[in-house]
Design a protein around this ligand. Structure first.
Ligand SMILES: Cc1cc2nc3c(=O)[nH]c(=O)nc-3n(C[C@H](O)[C@H](O)[C@H](O)COP(=O)(O)O)c2cc1C
Length: 311
């Protein structure tokens, strides 16, 4: 039996498998399909200070190799999360990471402060892909200074572990990673969705109501892997890999490039019970390859000269 437990930013996870925000409910909605005791941690959908209805329909479109979405952070707001979701997750036999978002630095700090005293929450994940209304509506994740400030504003109001969730839609993700480390993050999540769109050329109608949305699933794995590797090299913080994971082999690839744990998102829609069967598969694969523990594999990426100009 390989040792699957990992310690990440002070959290003890029984295995390196996490749900990805927005793909596995807000609280314990999925408990009858995947027992919480089987996963390292559950990550909530993004909670914002006030309720959000989300974007205009259609908001989901399946493509050949992934999923386009423009949900628009639909959620019932922080009061509902405090009153309804948190009492439900109390006593869940796993680590709970609450993903939070806001339209201003103050909103991020407001929601973190409101949640800080709640023992059901073990850690925060900051959705830096939220548009910064004070900054011309560009996402926080696209500018190092803005990213650093929003992380610092949350750091100032909580001592719970903070994971800054980064966007792949930037030129140099390592600069954003370093800025988040400076702002006081305890870890990073790499990455959120890749910008994409689709269109019906006969009607001229885009697949999403917002035209442009977030692309996720199998096709983005190489992008996510590259981003996670660049982040892991740039900072001394633990990195949670995320993007395109659909099997235990994929999880092990993210660990090998330096991630401490891995999130599973879009693949849950195709197979809701996926996370329940992954721990045994991880164990078997590690055992077969002669690794005594997950920790032995983390960051084992080797060699190769770095191409300055790919292609
Ligand atoms: C339908 C859907 C909703 C999502 N909602 C959120 C969200 O509320 N907050 C967030 O930080 N990421 C959200 N994400 C992004 C995922 O957490 C994840 O970062 C991304 O989908 C890449 O991983 P995957 O390829 O395994 O899905 C969402 C993704 C999808 C497909």
């Amino acid at each position: 039996m390989a040792q699957l437990a990992v310690s990440v930013a002070g959290l003890s996870l029984r295995n390196p498998l996490l749900s990805a925000s927005g793909t596995f409910g807000h609280g314990l909605e999925m408990r009858h399909v995947v027992a919480p005791s089987l996963v390292g941690a559950l990550v909530s959908k993004t909670v914002t200070p006030r309720p959000r209805p989300g974007n205009a329909m259609p908001r989901i479109q399946e493509t050949e190799a992934g999923l386009l979405n423009s949900i628009g952070l639909e959620n019932r707001g922080m009061q509902s999360y405090l009153d309804t979701t948190l009492p439900e997750v109390a006593g869940a036999d796993t680590v709970i990471i609450t993903n939070i978002g806001g339209e201003t630095e103050q909103e991020f700090a407001e929601i973190a402060a409101a949640f800080d005293g709640r023992p059901e929450i073990d850690a925060f994940e900051l959705n830096l892909s939220c548009p910064n209304v004070d900054g011309g509506a560009l996402p926080y994740s696209t500018d190092p200074k803005t990213a650093e400030r929003v992380v610092a504003s949350v750091r100032a109001v909580t001592r719970k572990p903070l994971f800054a969730k980064l966007s792949p839609n930037v030129t140099r993700i390592e600069d954003i990673a370093v800025a988040c480390e400076r702002g006081g993050a305890d870890g990073l999540t790499a990455v959120n969705t890749v910008l994409g769109m689709s269109i019906d050329w006969r009607t001229g109608r885009p697949g999403l109501g917002t035209i442009v949305g977030g692309y996720s699933g199998t096709a983005i794995k190489p992008i996510a892997l590259r981003c996670a590797w660049q982040c892991a090299r740039a900072v001394s913080l633990p990195v949670l890999g995320c993007g395109g994971v659909r099997c235990a082999e994929d999880v092990l690839e993210f660990l090998a490039v330096g991630c401490s744990a891995v999130q599973v998102g879009t693949a849950n829609f195709g197979e809701p019970g996926l996370l329940a069967r992954m721990p045994a598969e991880l164990d078997r694969l590690l055992d077969d390859a002669g690794f005594a523990s997950v920790e032995d594999l983390i960051g084992s990426v080797r060699g190769g000269s770095r191409a300055e100009v790919p292609g």
